[in-house]
Design a protein around this ligand. Structure first.
Ligand SMILES: Cc1ncc(COP(=O)(O)O)c(C=O)c1O
Length: 472
């Protein structure tokens, strides 16, 4: 038997230590109890992973329960298989199309599926991309509108003309951002009386030769109502006949573009309307994927000016990209493809129908308490907004939101935009995972808090700016 003997290597080699990743060392657990890491400065040294985990975990316990968050449109439950796939892909950077060609291919398939779903005249000619969400998708779509307008008006811009974008005052904040970031005048049609979103006549009336486009929202963030996309397009057709102005439409389908194709098949809102140049949606809303994915599609390459598209090297070839970010997680795109594959049209229809049924049923139950007036009924997006009934003086919507929060429910209360700032509402977003059973428990919570609220001498919240305001 060979005897092993140390020290045959040279002197330097004998003293060489194993390479140890700083993550591998488990620090002294007793010592760890004394180490009180600073909160706003990088600690001087490492600590045991178990300790670090527990510290972070414990602090996060005070976050709300996402499944009870009826404020968010964003997916809060996916199947374990989707979570497993996301775990498998969490190290993949979406931009590394060369290194992760299959992820890139799944993204391409998702774009093709959406083009087909949204009735693109030539699905193979449709161009599109994934984004981090609808906000980025809206920025990209808005940029394409602006660039097309600038190309058409090269004689006046940037010299004298100032571009504008026409939309309702109910648009999501991403459109205000877009206009501010890219120096575009936001022409917003205010709400009027019981009209809580853009109307065709006002949209056409605000357009002029500097209008880069009109944004039509399929599924208003404020009350879940669909804007009349076909009628807006028709009003713009009329404008073109009268004045020659040809104003394109972008449909912000952050939520509705993944509801209407399944539940409202007769509603014509998509690429069937020739004036619709582009559409966005949030994969992470009714696309049923955890946060971090959106989609933007253009009818054809003509709607997306070539100079906005950047080229990255893809398998030695040329991969066009259009994005604000460079690095971005690939996992969400993979999860989107999983959901498309897993559910198909029938599966999506069943899931969205269940959410709509829950929304409608819950809206009726809340109306039946007699304390509330519904502003929408959950029959477009599975979302509804309601305010206190005319005779209710003892409490307001902010009181209701606060009292529900004591029972774990996150239901936002907020005021409407111009010209209905006088109107304060509650809004409930019904999503996959918010079951009829959970809705029943919410009704029970209403029944528990209402007697106490009715017994109040008046609303407790005087300062509405301090009230809950989370509604995006
Ligand atoms: C109509 C609309 N557009 C855009 C957005 C922004 O979407 P995201 O959160 O995916 O960036 C939202 C979010 O609620 C929305 O409702």
């Amino acid at each position: 038997m060979a005897l092993h003997q140390g020290g045959t290597d040279g002197d330097g080699e004998r003293h060489r230590k194993l390479a140890l990743n700083p993550f591998y060392g488990v620090a002294d657990p007793v010592g760890d109890m004394e180490a009180a890491p600073p909160r706003h400065r990088l600690p001087d040294g490492p600590m045991a992973p178990t300790t670090a985990y527990q510290l972070v975990h414990d602090e996060l316990m005070l976050d709300g329960n996402s499944r009870l968050n009826l404020a968010t449109f964003v997916t809060t439950w996916m199947e374990p298989q989707a979570a497993a796939l996301m775990g498998e892909c969490r190290d993949k950077n979406m931009i590394d199309k060369d290194e992760y060609p299959r992820t890139a291919e799944l993204e391409r398939r998702c774009v093709a599926m959406l083009a087909d779903l949204w009735n693109a005249p030539e699905p193979t000619a449709t161009v599109g991309c994934s984004t981090t969400g609808s906000s980025e998708a809206c920025m990209l779509a808005g940029l394409a509108l602006k660039r097309r307008w600038a190309l058409r008006n090269a004689d006046r811009y940037p010299g004298t003309a100032r571009p504008n974008l026409v939309m309702g005052a109910n648009v999501q904040v991403c459109w205000d951002k877009f206009c501010t970031f890219w120096e575009i005048e936001a022409r917003q049609v205010p709400m009027e009386g019981e009209r809580f979103h853009l109307d065709p006549q006002s949209a056409a009336a605000l357009c002029d030769e500097n209008t880069i486009g009109v944004v039509a929202v399929l599924g208003s963030t404020f009350d879940g109502s669909y804007e009349p996309v076909a009628e807006i397009c028709a009003a713009l057709d009329g404008l073109q006949e009268r004045t020659g102005l040809d104003v394109p439409v972008h449909v912000d389908g952050a939520s509705g573009a993944m509801i209407a194709p399944f539940l409202d098949e007769d509603l014509v809102w998509d690429f069937r309307l020739p004036r619709v140049a582009s559409i966005n949606t949030s994969g992470h809303k009714y696309g049923l994927v955890y946060p971090g994915v959106g989609w933007a599609l253009w009818r054809s390459p003509a709607e997306l000016p070539e100079e906005l598209v950047f080229r990255v090297n893809y398998l030695g070839g040329d991969m066009p990209t259009f994005a604000l970010n460079f690095s971005r997680p690939g996992a969400q795109v993979v999860a989107q493809y999983y959901s498309f594959l897993r559910l198909g049209r029938d599966g999506y229809r069943a899931v969205q129908q269940a959410s709509r049924d829950v929304a409608r049923g819950l809206a009726s139950r809340i109306e039946a308490t007699g304390d509330f007036r519904l502003l929408s009924r959950g029959d477009e997006l599975p979302v509804f907004a309601f305010t206190t009934a005319p005779g209710v003086r003892n409490f307001d919507v902010f009181d209701v939101s606060r009292r529900l929060r004591e029972r774990g429910w996150l239901v936002p209360a907020y005021t409407f935009p111009a010209n209905r700032e006088d109107l304060a509402v509650l809004r409930i977003v019904c999503r996959n995972g918010f079951s009829a059973d959970l809705a029943e428990l919410l009704v029970e919570s209403f029944e528990q808090v209402l007697p106490e609220l009715r017994a109040q001498s008046g609303p407790a919240t005087r300062d509405t700016s301090a009230a809950t305001s989370f509604h995006h």
